[in-house]
Design a binder for this molecule. Structure first.
Ligand code: SAM
Length: 257
């Protein structure tokens, strides 16, 4: 049966790749590389560097996949994402059938860890469930951008015995921090930290291009640091043409009765 490996490659630093991932890469006959568009050329290059470092030369074929275009401002966000997933499932299914031999092993390299804000597992699981092309799949975990963020700031992710919420910029803008004391925000194109009600206790730990030579770290009280982060982010984005940033908002956890 065809085997698909979904391999987490870490969030930017090629040294964050695990030994399990390196061993998995040795088994691969076909690497399926998804193209994120011209503005993310540098990400494609980082991915290629990882392959060059860890995938033995000449033992695999590479298949580039141009992802279907996605509506970025749909009226129904969930429905638009669902349609996009179906289109990708059709495309991936077709490529797996045509490009991977019946007993060969193929791999999708996923930024960070495949379980976190990434649809590859869902799409491959959908293809497996359809059964038109018989596949089995395995997930190899990777270092997430959240781990890269907390490690570089030298902080624990959680306060003692406290939960941590992981959300998107869109949802932070809608829900704010609520009762949560620790909120990790990803996929934020609009500096949604500016929507958090003013509170002297809230701190922010921000990181962009984590793990790469262009990494930028800023931290401090949100009310004192927000403007500097917004400025730094805009400058970096202008300079490089793209940005990936993640941050943790933290306030002291309320005492429990
Ligand atoms: C589609 S999600 C993928 C997350 C990924 N699977 C992970 O484990 O980190 C993309 C978001 O991850 C965050 N991200 C990924 N890599 C990053 C990096 N090197 N530096 C800062 N943020 C990063 C950003 O919030 C970005 O918008």
């Amino acid at each position: 049966m065809r085997k698909i490996l979904i391999i987490g490659i870490g969030a930017g630093n090629p040294e964050h790749i695990t030994i399990q991932a390196i061993n998995a890469l040795q088994r691969v006959a076909v690497l399926f590389i998804t193209d994120k568009g011209a503005d993310k050329d540098e990400l494609a290059r980082l991915r290629r560097d990882i392959c060059a470092r860890y995938v033995p030369d000449g033992r695999h074929r590479t298949v580039e996949i141009a992802d279907p275009a996605r509506d970025r401002n749909p009226s129904d966000y969930r429905a638009a994402v669902e349609t996009w997933h179906q289109q990708r499932a059709n495309l991936y299914e077709d490529l797996i059938a045509k490009q991977l031999g019946a007993d060969e092993c193929g791999a999708f390299l996923v930024w960070g860890d495949p379980s976190l804000y990434d649809s590859t597992i869902r799409i491959i699981a959908e293809i497996a469930a359809r059964g038109s092309v018989a596949i089995e799949y395995e997930v190899i975990p990777g270092i997430t951008s959240i781990q890269a963020l907390t490690a570089r700031h030298g902080i624990p992710l959680n306060q003692i015995g406290e939960p941590v919420q992981i959300t998107t910029g869109r949802r932070l803008a809608e829900d704010s921090m609520g009762p949560a004391s620790d909120v990790v925000v990803m996929l934020d194109g609009d500096c949604a930290f500016n929507t958090v009600p003013d509170d002297a206790a809230v701190e922010i730990y921000w990181g962009a291009y984590l793990g790469t030579p262009d990494e930028i770290l800023l931290s401090g009280k949100l009310r004192d640091t927000a403007a500097a982060i917004e400025r730094t982010r805009a400058d970096a984005r202008r300079r490089k043409g793209w940005i990936m940033d993640t941050y943790l908002l933290r306030k002291p956890a309320a005492p429990r009765r």
